[in-house]
Design a protein around this ligand. Structure first.
Ligand SMILES: [Zn+2]
Ligand SMILES: [Zn+2]
Length: 573
């Protein structure tokens, strides 16, 4: 499936078009099309083959032509045209918080700045403050942002990209080769937020066939090594994938070994040595004698331990807890009863309320919380109270239709403004079942200011959830400065819940945040996908992954509660 690739190209086209001063209408059309394609549940190359590209909402004949061009030639003429007008490296500048397309273009035109390096140099020399629209404060912020931007660690990709890719490869191998067992290992199995490479283990009588199928998959760009027991490839997204075929009697030991983490396995090996045993990828041994290793449980049980869920294997005390027999019973991927953060086409989502609800019903949910943006967020088509009232009517109607079976809660994602107030005065919030509030602007304020903004929002009677509490976007933007400890305390005092945002690029709060907040303050959380399309409701699993990595149980997550209990708890104030 090349959807993500095509969407990224269209985003690039939009960004370059913007830099080149193209008509905003066209730019928006590219972005809209990219968003739809990103969320498309079927492979775009199939639609292209059947000549059905224009059936995608938002894709007209012009964009369809560009998509075809890209699928066939790897590039788009228009894009190359733009690249001649403006250096594509300016797009890198736009990734710096506080620099939009206008600023990037102005830096280029006036100072000839094309790269992040050149920008840094100019800022350090104090050259930027004199540009129209910049000033010393902005220059300082740019410098700060540059310092804050982590050096890109050796290529790691979001789990949101890696897991579906790994599952695709696994399914294709299963379909086309004789396979007995197959498991995705490594950091994906541990649900880590970013992934270095993908490891897949297989047992099969015909390893030759497995490797042939694997190395010829459409996602493979380059085969690095092709052997009988191990084949490594690089995919179109530049991710390395290793497939190993192992003997059935080693399978358990091998998946344990290749799941990691390294630190967890080091601890485990130390424990084994103390017991006179030895563990490796082939099994668990006493002297020369192999004691087990066909099942992963063998490795743990021979050490006197219960099986430890992969998400906990980070050497954060899980082995000690297992020895004491005190491993928590983690929340299960099936425990969620509803999604607490969902957008629709009323603001910047792409699907209708009904479509979102129907997808939720398909997932076995009992409820969903519709929380579109309020008006101060212009870029996300934020809504006026009048429009919310209209939305409420539609929600009431749908709720009538669904009856006792399913419930749509009527909420809003309020913006916490720079002084801590929100879009609407308190008395107008009464139309909502409850409100969600989050920071979407003013990221550069001091820690004290940002902390107080959130605290003030938590004091608003109708606010029951704080969305994405630290504001980070993985690989793009660090957390804003916030005294998270203070926020935890205030959450405890006010009974407001902090969100685990399940969007794979956010995962905010993080695993360590929730672990800390639970053990020190006994906090409970909501997990919301922040879905902007029906298919993204399926991102819930990434949020549950965070919860499991943070050792949370079902009881720690509010939206594992059945409908009536959830309703009661969200009303209480
Ligand atoms: Zn938000
Ligand atoms: Zn949202």
């Amino acid at each position: 499936m090349r959807n993500k690739e095509v969407a990224n190209k269209l985003y690039e086209l939009a960004s370059l078009a913007e830099l080149a001063g193209e008509n905003p209408f066209k730019i928006n059309a590219y972005i809209e099309a990219a968003r739809r394609i990103e969320n498309l549940p079927i492979p775009i190359e199939e639609l292209a083959k059947e000549g059905k590209l224009t059936e995608i909402k938002g894709v007209g004949s012009g964009i369809a032509k560009k998509i075809k061009q890209f699928l066939e030639t790897g590039t788009i003429e228009k894009l190359e045209e733009f690249k001649k007008k403006v250096p594509p490296s300016l797009l890198e500048l736009e990734k710096i918080p506080g620099i939009g397309p206008k600023a990037a273009l102005s830096l280029y035109k006036h100072l000839g700045i094309k790269t992040v390096e050149e920008l840094k140099e100019a800022a350090e020399k104090g050259k930027i403050r004199d540009l129209p629209g910049f000033g010393p404060k902005k220059e300082e912020n740019i410098l700060k942002a540059l310092q804050g931007m982590k050096k890109k660690e050796e290529k790691r990709v979001s789990i949101g990209l890696a897991l579906p890719l790994a599952e695709f490869i696994k399914d294709e191998i299963k379909k086309k080769a004789p396979v007995d067992k197959i498991e995705i290992c490594g950091s994906i199995r541990r649900m880590k937020e970013t992934i270095g490479d993908i490891d897949i283990l297989v047992t099969s009588r015909e390893s030759e066939k497995v490797m042939e199928v694997f190395s010829n998959l459409p996602v493979v760009k380059e085969v690095l090594v092709r052997g009988e027991t191990k084949t490594s490839v690089i995919t179109e997204e530049d991710i390395q994938v290793d497939v190993r075929v192992v003997e059935p009697e080693f399978f358990g030991a091998a998946i344990q070994y290749f799941t990691g983490s390294k630190q967890h396995n080091v601890k485990l090996r130390e424990l084994a040595i103390k017991k006179g045993l030895k563990i490796n990828e082939y099994g668990i041994f006493k002297g020369e004698k192999r004691m087990g290793g066909e099942k992963e449980e063998d490795v743990y049980s021979l050490l006197g331990l219960p099986w430890i869920p992969p998400e906990m294997r980070e050497d954060r005390g899980e082995i000690e807890e297992a020895i004491r027999g005190e491993l928590p019973k983690l929340i299960d991927y099936k425990d969620i009863k509803g999604d607490t953060h969902v957008h629709t086409e009323y603001s910047d989502g792409v699907d209708s309320i009904e479509k979102m609800a129907e997808e939720a019903i398909k997932m076995g949910y009992e409820y969903i919380v519709i929380s579109d943006h309020a008006e101060s967020l212009g870029v996300a088509s934020g809504m006026s109270i009048k429009k919310f009232k209209k939305q409420k009517k539609e929600i009431d109607k749908l709720n009538e239709k669904f009856g006792d079976k399913f419930r749509i809660f009527f909420s809003v994602e309020l913006n916490i403004l720079s002084d801590g107030s929100v879009d609407f005065p308190e008395e107008e919030l009464d139309i909502f079942d409850f409100c969600i509030a989050g920071i979407h602007s003013g990221f550069n304020q001091s820690m004290e200011k940002i902390t107080n903004r959130i605290k003030r929002a938590m004091g608003i009677k109708k606010v029951k959830i704080i969305a994405h509490p630290t504001g980070r976007i993985i690989g793009e933007r660090g957390e804003y400065k916030v005294d998270i400890e203070e926020i935890f305390k205030e959450a405890k005092n006010t009974g407001v819940f902090l969100e685990i945002n399940a969007t794979p690029s956010r995962l905010d709060l993080s695993d360590l945040n929730v672990m800390h907040a639970k053990s020190l303050y006994g906090l409970k959380f909501t997990i919301g996908t922040d879905a902007h399309a029906a298919v993204s409701l399926r991102d819930m699993r990434y949020g549950i992954g965070v919860a499991r990595r943070g050792w949370l149980t079902k009881e720690d997550i509010i939206n594992t509660l059945p409908l009536k209990k959830f309703e009661k708890i969200m009303k209480k104030s």
